[in-house]
Design a binder for this molecule. Structure first.
Ligand code: MIC
Ligand code: SF4
Length: 648
């Protein structure tokens, strides 16, 4: 067996372990963050559980830490009170970014983890089966329910050789993205193996599994070996280590061989992480902003490398350079070694230990500016500036540009020896609250509900037949950032009617009003889309808010994994064109007839849709399991749970 299937087999609750079949997995650990977590916690409360039923559930506050207005602070207080009541460990704002912290303090090889954040596969860096999921699926797992996925096809990435000075893990994952692209990988897992694995430390592996998300895969995983043991020992957690690897004769869908010694510095160019070029081909391009941080590249290894490269130097006067460390531990280690001052002396803007710039919360670049970032997503407008040109690079490439003012191949300038983490990190868990009541909780704790914290909307059952309108037509690779923008809008996350005002805001700000008008007249709203609809974040609001606006179906050429699951959870049928050419004949505003839609969903998922404008009919298909059919017919998972409870 390959490692992925070993991990699946040891957690299988139901289903058959063969690629494509729906399986249910026991989830050992969950993580939530504040942007998705408030809704997940509201859903968890609605389920009526008295405490969490996992081995460990952690609630992190790291996304909405720029507190303009009362909303975010109220959300934090709500999350803290829910954590206390239900036995969830609470990570206070300022502690760091969820994925970095979880790797440092809680992740365990061989365990399953789901998180309401698409970069949860970071845990694959220490041999966890770690997956991103919608908040509602995480709430179900917190209440002790299983997590449903399709059993994946496993690609082996066979690493040989060792990285050369100036190249690092970010360049490795960019090389994998150059090969596989950011779409067309739904249902795959990337499993790393080969002699090159031992040359990569855990933080480097975590950079690779973290950004593996941008491939659109279910997750990525590394074996658990001596390096993993060394990392856990440095965290004072050697007891959590178990060795894990694939069998020698394990089978894979295919093998991709990557010689680490041939990896050169790379960049993902605007506006997609799959748009990869070598740094050498971009050399000389003027740079306005450089930002180091995000859950991809904010570890001790990364920041120490940056600090060493900056020693005694000054940031180029035309560049704004910011650093957002991944955790307090990283900051404290750098301080202990006297390295933090290198950053400050060089002229770095020291940012909070949080997601910050990565989600467009602040540090938006100037008009048309070129911004080099060590983060994982460069979707148009995600930085907060639509005209900005964002390139995703390694910490080494970031520093080279920050010092010279232009894109510079870091292998052509000064390099530093590989950073090794200390034998023992300083451990201070004081910003994790409620560790002593984890799993038990403090019943009777009063929940803090600020005025922006709304209700979880109920879904309504799918109608038998539907008159509908193409409420919007969009192209390929529409991300959840297009559907449900983050940045300045993020603070409305806990209030669905308010947040719903901004659905598709970057594409068509009139979407909200049109949808509500249709809904009032009993006309269903349909989204028509191209390939790879719903790329990127796990943000279930990209399904939840459309549900609130009366969207009942998406008809796309293809839909990404987490978003497809979220659509089902919120009662929106994820249809695929039987013939992708039919996409061309549809126009926004077209009136559609969807006769017998409920019967189609209950049956084989095939439906015929009539476009009243052209008079033509076209065929669509939804590949649904029996479980998903039940959820869709009920009007979403919350409605289904409610109906099951009342015996309907
Ligand atoms: C992201 O990187 O896009 C986010 C913000 O972390 C999201 C989660 C969210 O929408 O809050 C993700 O990756 O899932
Ligand atoms: Fe936070 Fe950015 Fe990582 Fe998302 S990708 S979890 S916003 S640091």
């Amino acid at each position: 067996m390959n490692l992925t299937y070993k991990l699946l087999a040891s957690h299988l609750v139901s289903g058959e372990l063969s690629p494509g079949a729906e399986i249910a997995l026991k989830i050992d650990q969950t993580l939530t963050q504040d942007a998705t977590g408030t809704m997940a916690c509201l859903q968890f409360e609605r389920m009526g559980a008295d405490r969490v039923r996992t081995e460990l559930s952690v609630s992190y506050v790291d996304h909405n830490t720029v507190q303009v207005g009362f909303e975010n602070a109220d959300d934090h207080a709500y999350l803290q009170s829910v954590a206390k009541k239900y036995g969830i460990v609470f990570s206070r704002p300022g502690n760091g970014i969820c994925h970095q912290l979880h790797l440092e303090r809680f992740g365990k090889p061989g365990k399953t983890l789901i998180g309401s954040d698409s970069h949860t596969p970071t845990g694959g860096g220490i041999g966890m089966l770690a997956m991103g999921a919608g908040g509602l699926d995480v709430a179900v797992a917190m209440a002790g329910g299983p997590y449903w996925i399709k059993a994946p096809r496993v690609v082996r990435v066979w690493l040989e050789g060792a990285l050369r000075p100036g190249a690092s893990a970010k360049d490795v994952i960019l090389a994998v993205l150059a090969k596989y692209g950011s779409s067309g990988n739904v249902g795959r897992v990337m499993e790393y193996a080969g002699p090159g694995v031992a040359t990569l430390d855990v933080p480097s592996r975590a950079t690779i599994t973290n950004m593996g998300t941008e491939l659109g895969v279910t997750t990525s995983v590394f074996p658990s070996d001596e390096e993993t043991r060394r990392f856990l020992a440095a965290q004072g957690r050697e007891g959590d280590w178990v060795p894990l690897e694939a069998d020698a004769d394990a089978e894979y869908e295919e093998t991709f061989r990557l010689d680490l010694s041939a990896v050169v510095p790379m960049a993902a160019c605007p506006h997609n992480p799959g748009n990869v070029a070598t740094i050498a081909s971009l050399a000389g391009k003027k740079v306005n902003q450089v930002l180091v941080g995000s859950c991809t590249n904010s570890s001790y290894r990364d920041l120490k490398t940056v600090a060493l490269l900056l020693k005694g130097k000054k940031i180029h006067p035309d560049v704004s350079f910011g650093v957002a460390p991944g955790s307090r531990q990283v900051v404290l280690e750098l301080m202990r070694e006297g390295l933090f001052r290198n950053l400050v002396e060089a002229g770095a803007r020291i940012l909070e230990n949080a997601c910050g710039f990565c989600i467009g919360n602040h540090q938006s670049p100037g008009t048309g500016a070129v911004s080099l970032r060590t983060s994982n997503r460069n979707f148009e407008g995600r930085s907060g500036t639509k005209s900005a040109q964002v390139y995703l690079v390694s910490p080494e490439s970031a520093v080279a540009a920050a010092l010279t003012g232009v894109v510079t191949d870091p292998t052509t300038v000064e390099t530093v020896p590989p950073v090794r983490f200390p034998d023992r990190f300083g451990v201070d868990d004081s910003m994790f609250l409620f560790r002593d009541t984890a799993g038990v909780g403090v019943p009777g704790t009063e929940i803090a509900r600020g005025p922006n914290i709304g209700e979880v909307p109920d879904g309504v059952p799918l109608p038998q037949s539907m008159r509908a309108q193409v409420a919007i037509k969009v192209g390929d690779k529409i991300t959840t950032d297009h559907i449900m923008p983050a940045g300045a809008r993020l603070k409305y996350r806990s209030n669905v009617p308010v947040y719903a005002k901004y659905v598709f805001e970057p594409v068509d700000p009139t979407f909200h009003d049109r949808c509500l008008a249709n809904k009032a007249e009993g006309v269903g709203n349909v989204v028509v889309a191209g390939e790879s609809y719903g790329q990127g974040s796990s943000r279930e609001h990209a399904a939840l808010c459309p549900m609130y606006l009366g969207v009942r179906a998406v008809v796309a050429k293809s839909v990404e994994r987490i978003h497809a699951a979220n659509l089902v959870n919120f009662g929106i049928v994820p249809f695929i064109f039987e013939d992708p050419a039919d996409f061309d004949s549809l126009e926004a505003g077209d009136a559609l007839e969807m006769p017998d839609i409920a019967a189609a969903v209950a049956g084989d998922g095939r439906a015929t849709v009539v476009d009243a404008r052209t008079g033509k009919s076209f065929k669509v298909r939804a590949d649904l399991t029996e479980r998903q059919k039940g959820i869709l017919l009920a009007g979403g998972l919350m409605a289904k749970i409610k109906a099951d409870k009342s015996g309907n």
